[in-house]
Write a protein that binds this ligand. Structure first.
Ligand code: SF4
Length: 247
């Protein structure tokens, strides 16, 4: 029986809808979760926010299987490794993605708040707010839901990640929540997907160059992100009311 016929019509109450979605799809495959989100739940109202980092090819390939024209947002912070920008272009080409849109920080704000591009040295929260969090807010307007590539094995606040969430007026879909590093590696090999070039240089998680370094802790694949700081998330996945004041 197709999944479209398994449930009642979507409700507008987020808590009821979340309960239904997590109840129905918590144990489902990533492919089933994605199809449900793209085709049934939020057709035309869903986007994927991708870092084009170490694991992004997995989600992008799964999305391409369902709809290669799905809207995908890439935040060009101005601080990415050049390899990341090349990798973005390579994956777009390889997977036939036609909906990728690159957004950037507001240039007037960047000149005012970080004219020398050194803000990361003194205030990473303010830098992430300027270069990631604030640019994404207008880019998500018009979408009822967005897909993320977060996984529980990343640790920290992600350890209890549900498949569906609701935050700041929008649903989040986490089809890979239950994936492990082995799942990622196996899928990449089976699909012959190109790896981000920095993975071979010891980077298991890749963000902006000033805040990313190689790491070899299998229990903490994000150990190389903001190493030495108390920071583990850029802020995109911190609810508005819980963010530091600069956000
Ligand atoms: Fe700035 Fe680092 Fe955040 Fe990138 S990850 S926006 S460089 S603080």
């Amino acid at each position: 029986m197709p999944f479209e016929s398994l449930i009642e019509a979507p409700t507008t109450d987020p808590s009821v809808r979340l309960r239904r979605l997590n109840g129905e799809l918590r144990q489902a495959s990533s492919q089933t979760i994605l199809r449900a989100a793209i085709v049934r739940e939020w057709p035309g109202e869903l986007t994927y926010v991708s870092s084009f980092g170490a694991e992004s090819a997995v989600m992008l390939a799964l999305i391409a299987d369902v709809d290669p024209s799905l809207d995908v947002v890439f935040i060009d912070t101005g601080m990415h490794f050049p390899q990341t920008l090349d990798y973005r272009d390579e994956l777009i080409d390889r997977l036939g993605l036609t909906g990728v849109r690159t957004i950037r920080p507001d240039e007037t704000e960047r000149r005012a708040e970080d004219p020398k591009s050194m803000l990361w040295k003194t205030d990473t929260d303010a830098c992430c707010a300027l270069r990631k969090v604030r640019p994404l807010e207008p880019a998500l307007k018009g979408y009822s839901a967005w897909i993320t590539g977060r996984k529980r094995f990343h640790g920290g606040a992600r350890m209890n990640l549900p498949v569906f969430e609701f935050a700041d007026g929008r649903y989040k879909v986490n089809p890979l929540a239950g994936w492990t590093q082995d799942d990622v590696d196996l899928f990449m090999a089976q699909r012959n997907l190109p790896r981000h070039p920095l993975v071979a240089q010891g980077y298991p998680s890749i963000g902006c160059w000033p805040c990313t370094q190689p790491a070899d802790d299998p229990d903490n694949p994000r150990a190389g992100r903001w190493a030495g700081l108390d920071k583990t998330e850029c802020g995109l996945h911190i609810e508005r009311n819980d963010r530091p004041r600069v956000f």
